[in-house]
Design a protein around this ligand. Sequence first.
Ligand code: HEM
Length: 527
Amino acid sequence: MPSVLSSLSTTTLHHNRHRFSSVPSNSPIQFTNHRSLTIKSSIENKPKSKPGSIAKNGSWVSPDWLTALTRSLSTTQSDDSNIPIANAKLEDVSDLLGGALFLPLFKWMNEYGPIYRLAAGPRNFVIVSDPLIAKHVLRNYGTKYAKGLVAEVSEFLFGSGFAIAEGSLWTARRRAVVPSLHKKYLSVIVDRVFCKCSQRFVDKLKSLALNGTSVNMEEQFSQLTLDVIGLAVFNYNFDSLTTDSPVIESVYTALKEAEARSTDLLPYWKASSYSYHIKALCKIIPRQIKAEQAVTVIRETVEELILKCKEIVEKEGERINEEDYVNDADPSILRFLLASREEDPSSLMKAQEEVDRVLQGRRPTYEDIKNLKFLTRCINESMRLYPHPPVLIRRAQVADELPGNYKVNPGQDIMISVYNIHHSSEVWERAEEFIPERFGLDGPVPNETNTDYKFIPFSGGPRKCVGDQFAMLEAIVALAIFLQNMDFELVPNQKINMTTGATIHTTNGLYMKIRERQINSTTMSSM
Ligand code: HEM
């Protein structure tokens, strides 16, 4: 584990490289049957507290100022929770506030175990890195747990939108949206939307390849995603592949603001709803000005889309509820898969061979997807290593006892670190390595149920992502068409730092040299 810790402390993907390799037949990570995976479990493991760093029942030794603050806030309550308290250091906290939120959480998991308490600003969070505790919390949404803090800090962006709504409003919206993402709809948009947008995407890349310039692939994939969601959900052509769109930057800014609000020492933005003076203050604070401008761009775009959509629907004589639209897609599964390309050309070659064999040079159809098994596992494995969002947030509604005999009080904020669960060596063999075969090519596509919450990129329980099939199909089609048409290599010596704005992305982009691929048609047909 020390090597993992040291590589993470650099907070760069560049240093945190994965060695790709295949799983030997005697590996403990195998499908035992077609329904479930056998993977090491972690719940039996007791917290690995360092001697002297924390005392039993949460009293602290050598607390930093933030830990001390938590203590002062909670001294009135007796802590019989059994949950160890992480000793937050100033340097860790600056990482937490300005950089990639999930990296210090991983560091503390290795010090304090699969559950610990952490002070962040005036709040304290219980950080969960164990699949069974995550399962308990996520599945008990609606009875024992709510979204809580997520709704509070994102209200400025989403209003009472679907993703953060609670109670009967959420139930009604979920019931309305889920049926619209059914198989028939998905099979139609594979050709009409995913293939169409991906083809435009590679056509643009081919022209960029002629210039020989380095291409920021993160930006290109973000534009592809925006085009897909515009066309699929709103029947609207953003055409952001050929014209600049301010929406992507605005979404990043707004999500970063939501994340910052969850750990702000002084939640002054909250007071703006009742104090004129503080409201005025928000108008001159640069971070708030930027956030407000971003939200305006997003609102105007969404309003324009809804108007267009209404026109279309009214022509077709149907009614539509404007708040039932969502856009949660993010292409990082693609870009991080590509980032790993340099480290094991054999995985890339295997994926490219599969694409050539299955597609024989044509565009993918819905029926082809189930045969692109290795490509799908590469995406699953990328989502294990780079889950976005890397943390899920819930708030306890009642007193509860978590698996492992940990107690939480009503109102307790909980962060489920998906990143920690996915990177834990207690949960996964060779957790830091990129091994697409770990999921087994002939078994089911991994999800929270068949891995018992060890693999939860789309969350689990009642608030699980409704767009998981949509997102997977989009990624498979886009990547298949990309690999079919292009060869690429990372621009050497670039530092690829991770950051978060609710989801994982890079700080300065991800640059690649790309060129059009020459496919030998005789080789292809002989496969
Ligand atoms: C790779 C892409 C995606 C990932 C990793 C992802 C991940 C997630 C996760 C983790 C949640 C649950 C958050 C929680 O439990 O608190 C979620 C919720 C949601 N996602 Fe996705 N998502 C993706 C793409 C999409 C797409 C394409 C759509 C729509 C077509 C979508 C629609 C939604 C909606 C509506 C919710 C809220 C569900 C609810 O609260 O009941 N997502 N997503």
